[in-house]
Design a protein around this ligand. Sequence first.
Ligand code: ZN
Length: 163
Amino acid sequence: MQAEKDRVVRFHYWLRPLPEPDALLESSAGGEPVTVLLGHGALLPALEQALLGRSAGERFSVDVEAGRAYGPHRPELVQRVSRKHFKDPGRLRAGQQALVATRDGPRPVTVLKVGMSVVDVDLNHPLAGRDLRFEIELIEVRAATPEELEHGHAHGPGGHRHD
Ligand code: ZN
């Protein structure tokens, strides 16, 4: 069975930065494969496109430039915020991900610099501005259940969980 819209794929991925494809940013290997229903916006369009027509057992890689991945790095999203907007400001360290309270709810940021009363943060997606290579090992392609099609996402290990 080939991967196509309204089918469920399970795959492992290795995400590598370009132009240093020997480095590893993140991977699903060692855990549950990612499980998604194709055609419902769960993946980057460029990654989904590369999966179409593939079968279980195939290994391939797809290069996605920043503009088609997580977008450009926008300098105006590097901001200085008061420490009071953090839940546990005493533990903030440069380089870590943290949640900052905003009017629209908590928002993930990358901490750049921690000062006495303010913190410099980057609200860009951590992968913004980066060209990426996805290496994919396709584990399984299966038909979606009627319930999965109704919900618009895959169920089961590695898929959507209803808690
Ligand atoms: Zn569901």
